[in-house]
Design a protein around this ligand. Structure first.
Ligand code: FES
Ligand SMILES: [Fe+2]
Length: 348
């Protein structure tokens, strides 16, 4: 159902605090995201192996040796950040001595933190990631300066293709500060493959966007999409950057979470009050959410759908990328990116 062997966006670093485990669900997996006493992030399956209590509702302790433990709120069983049981308080001394509690465990997932984002690797149990989590260009080691989260009541694929689809823009996003329906014109953009997806290669953005004009100094933009659902938009202008990272993360088969994290060192964005920026992003993403949620009414009847050239080619690539990833993994061979360099044309 969901691609395995990939890093999934878990949370913002700022949301994962020492002593306050965070419950999230990714691709149907209930997870506890935590931060140990030394500040390192960890991820556990959020189900106590005793009687299924969410461990995220428990308490984090630091043991005598400095080791971080999570204590289940129901009967106090304690687990290390490796998921292995460390203590069962109800056992008498002789019972504990006769039992190997180290065999009791909840699953631990590889977790890492990069540029203010926490990544969780979903693969087979015990599988180690092939490489590090995604790293954004241009932002150095900075953390996002602003973020927006939104739940879409739709499956992952519709959320992803809804966000990458250029033809909906003049219909769904009509605010004056973005563009107007009258500004529609023919576009031509060059695309090429990137490791796990494709890029709308660096170009001067469309002149019908008011915001880009404000950035001045001939802005250059690149938009990348990579599996499992990561979209990054880089805008460079006069040696400064504005980077919009969007993680489209499946919660389960029917729910998708959108997290938009914004990085910048461009002075223009620093001038805009955070509340206004937040509101603008909420408006924009809310329009996408309303569209895909309305689409669910039609999809309930399971109609046949169409993808057409060239406006839907990115959606076609997305489905090809997914299929190739799943096939390569099933066949134990390297992933071969199915996207070839192409110029796409559409009106928007
Ligand atoms: S359910 Fe967790 S200790 Fe019993
Ligand atoms: Fe949109």
């Amino acid at each position: 159902m969901f691609l395995q062997g990939l890093w999934y966006f878990g949370a913002l670093s700022a949301q994962v605090k020492t002593g306050a485990p965070l419950a999230v669900q990714i691709a149907g997996e209930p997870l506890l995201l935590g931060r140990d006493a030394r500040g390192a992030v960890f991820a556990l399956r959020d189900i106590c192996p005793h009687r299924a209590m969410p461990l995220s509702e428990g308490v984090q302790h630091t043991g005598a040796n400095g080791e971080t433990h999570i204590a289940c709120p129901y009967h106090g069983w304690r687990f290390g950040v490796d998921g292995v049981c460390r203590a069962i308080p109800s056992l008498t001394e002789d019972q504990a001595a006769a039992m190997d509690i180290g065999k009791i465990r909840t699953r631990a997932y590889p977790a890492r933190e990069v540029q203010g984002l926490v990544w969780i690797y979903l693969g087979k149990e015990g599988e180690q990631p092939q490489g590090p989590p995604p790293r954004l260009d241009h932002v150095g080691d900075s953390a996002p300066r602003l973020h927006v989260e939104m739940d879409f009541d739709c499956p992952l694929d519709h959320a992803v293709i809804g966000l990458m689809d250029p033809a909906h823009i003049p219909y769904i996003h009509r605010q004056w500060w973005w563009r107007t329906a009258r500004s529609v014109h023919e576009k031509q953009k060059a695309f090429g493959p990137v490791p796990l997806g494709f890029s709308m290669l660096p170009h001067q953005p469309s002149s019908n966007s008011f915001l880009y004009k404000l950035l001045g100094a001939k802005p250059q933009t690149e938009i990348r999409f990579e599996l499992p659902g990561l979209r990054t938009e880089y805008v460079l202008a006069g040696g400064r950057q504005v980077t919009g990272f969007t993680a489209v993360t499946p919660v389960d088969e029917a729910q998708t979470k959108i997290t938009i994290a914004l990085y910048w060192d461009h002075p223009l964005l620093t001038l805009v009050p955070d509340v206004l920026l937040h509101k603008a992003i909420m408006t924009f993403a809310g329009q996408d959410r309303d569209a895909v949620q309305a689409q669910q009414k039609g999809l309930r009847h399971d109609p046949k759908l169409m993808l057409i050239h060239d406006a839907d080619v990115q959606a076609m690539w997305y489905f090809k990328l997914k299929r190739e990833w799943a096939d390569a993994r099933a066949q134990g061979r390297p992933f071969v990116n199915p996207v070839k360099p192409a110029v796409l044309r559409w009106r928007s």
